[in-house]
Design a protein around this ligand. Structure first.
Ligand code: SAM
Ligand code: SF4
Ligand code: SF4
Length: 367
């Protein structure tokens, strides 16, 4: 397992104040609102998933962000206030592995005190590989975390170890999931990336395992994101094919599409015992409804998962800079946003001119 930097810092909790006055919700160049923020708190991870941080690249020589290059919790709070004043209602904490950022509960406590423009509590979610969740679930819940998504690609230990390239049993992740449920983090979701020929035989075991448990299992198509070294068209099992595999054993009924910005198309088991979701990021892109901004652990704003470059927010993060200036910078960047990488790429593939290029790495900007 990769050694985790000991330089992660415990940060002082200072009182938060709203840094800016609210404005009407902003829209981008394609009339998409800004609703969700994915905040990456660290670029390191204790896993080496082959589709995200292959060990050949992310080895002992890999230069991760130093603690001094990562933005502090105070700076993250300033960013959070600015995004919420611009209309964001949900913040998802991600990474790398977010539970490796020491003192994360302190950040969550501070975020949990915020309210949205509509006066509702901010929805705070966390995406984690689950390896450290068992011991932390209660503290995260007490800090104000609303819900958690755990990534788990297999029930079989050998397949899990091969994909995550980590020496841990699946039981450790399942324990994290159970603890999260037990302390009342709800809903608990499980995300499974399917790579054709690698873990497609795990689809049915996973459905069998989580059926009837109130855990929302979602299958994700393997994406050509930065870091996914082995990606090619032939490694993608389309969401509709994944669903066909599930339906061989479990009849499904389409569920209502509650959230317009949602990435997952959800189905209910015909016997009422739970749901299964499918995220067709590659075969049926949902750029038209993409309302997500991402801020990396070094304070860069990305308006698409496949962006090649971020906008540096650090010049606006100093205490002396009024929050309104940070808001203006984010607002201007969102107004100029025209991203729809997955749609364009699907068009290119259909036209036979498919070509991918290096994008920001997933472990820096979060999923
Ligand atoms: N370490 C945490 C985890 O694994 O949940 C949070 C960060 S991880 C980058 C966020 C999500 O991105 C995970 O659910 C992971 O499965 C997904 N992901 C990473 N690389 C991917 C790829 N190439 N295709 C599809 N999903 C990917
Ligand atoms: Fe780590 Fe998550 Fe990437 Fe896997 S997907 S290597 S757990 S950041
Ligand atoms: Fe959003 Fe970019 Fe993904 Fe399209 S490709 S859904 S714009 S992140």
């Amino acid at each position: 397992m990769n050694a985790i930097a000991e330089d992660v810092i415990v940060e002082p909790a200072v009182p938060d104040r709203a840094v800016a006055s609210p404005v009407a919700a902003v829209r981008d160049g394609r009339d998409r609102p800004l609703r969700d923020l994915r905040l990456s708190v660290i670029d390191q991870c204790n896993f080496r998933c082959t589709y995200c941080m292959p060990r050949e690249v992310f080895d002992e020589h890999y230069r991760f962000l130093r603690a001094s290059e990562r933005i502090s919790f105070d700076e993250m709070m300033k960013i959070a206030h600015a995004f919420v004043a611009l209309g964001v209602e949900k913040i998802r904490i991600t990474g790398g592995e977010p539970l490796l950022r020491r003192g994360l509960e302190t950040l969550i406590e501070r975020l949990a005190r915020m309210t949205t423009l509509k006066g509702k509590p901010l929805d705070i979610a966390l995406t984690t590989n689950g390896s450290l969740l068992g011991a932390r679930a209660r503290g995260l819940r007490d800090a104000g975390l609303s819900r958690v998504t755990v990534s788990l690609d297999a029930l079989d230990d050998a397949v899990f170890r091969r994909m995550s390239d980590v020496d841990l049993p699946v039981a450790r992740i399942l324990d994290g999931i159970e603890q999260a449920q037990a302390v009342g983090l709800a809903p608990v979701k499980v995300n499974t990336v399917i790579e054709r020929g690698v873990n497609d035989h795990q689809i049915l075991p996973l459905v069998r395992h989580f059926k009837g448990s109130e855990i929302a299992l979602r299958f994700i198509e393997f994406m050509d994101v930065g870091g996914a070294a082995g990606w090619s068209n032939s490694t993608v099992l389309k969401a509709r094919d994944i669903r066909a595999i599930v339906e061989k054993e479990f009849p499904l009924i389409a569920a209502d599409h509650a959230d317009s910005g949602a990435t997952s198309v959800n189905y209910r088991h015909a016997d009422g015992k739970g749901t299964v979701g499918f995220i067709a990021s590659v075969s049926e892109p949902f750029c038209g409804e993409c309302s997500r901004a991402r801020v990396s652990a070094d304070g860069q704003l990305y308006t698409c998962l496949f962006a090649t470059q971020g906008a540096d927010l650090k010049p606006w993060l100093g205490e002396a800079v009024p929050g309104e200036q940070l808001m203006d910078a984010i607002h201007a960047r969102w107004n100029a946003r025209d991203d729809r990488y997955s749609e364009l790429n699907a068009d290119r593939r259909r036209a036979g001119t498919g070509k991918t290029w290096p994008t920001v790495r997933m472990s820096l900007v979060g999923g």
